[in-house]
Design a protein around this ligand. Structure first.
Ligand SMILES: [Zn+2]
Length: 146
């Protein structure tokens, strides 16, 4: 007996390949991962409902906790490594180190959170995740009581 395919797996196989690197870099730069021209965010961390340039719906994204997790991971490694490299060369007390590394930590985190969130949305768009493929997302169905 031939293996049965569901409607969604058959349509998923016929989807055109989306350029992952292009989508991630467009999202990183705050642009729509589809057309690359429309803005991705309407405020600091609030994505637009849909792209004003091409109409691509952006409300499907489920970036959730991944952007802050990635920012903590990256900033933590840079700051801790920077401290450990600088510490033997600087005759500073703890307060002087705190006065340098805390502002660097805050500045890096604030500078990176929006680009990282855009990149995560681009990644989800390129992989047809969470409704970006035209199907209702399971998590959204559960949230709506479906
Ligand atoms: Zn667009």
């Amino acid at each position: 007996m031939a293996k049965q395919h569901t409607v969604s797996s058959r349509s998923a196989a016929m989807r055109p390949q989306r350029d992952l690197w292009r989508a991630v870099t467009k999202g990183w730069s705050g642009r729509c991962p589809h057309c690359g021209t429309g803005p991705l965010f309407k405020s600091f961390l609030k994505p637009v409902h849909h792209c004003e340039s091409c109409g691509e719906e952006m409300h499907h994204h489920r970036a959730d906790d991944l952007p802050p997790y990635l920012v903590i991971f990256i900033v933590g490694h840079v700051v801790v490594a920077g401290y450990m490299i600088a510490e033997p060369f600087l005759d500073w007390n703890s307060w002087q180190h705190l006065a340098m590394w805390i502002p660097i930590t805050l500045a890096m985190a604030l500078a990176m959170i929006q680009p990282v969130k855009g990149a995560v949305i681009g990644l989800q768009w390129a992989n047809y995740m969470h409704g970006f493929g035209g199907e209702e997302d399971e998590a959204a169905e559960i949230a709506q009581g479906g």
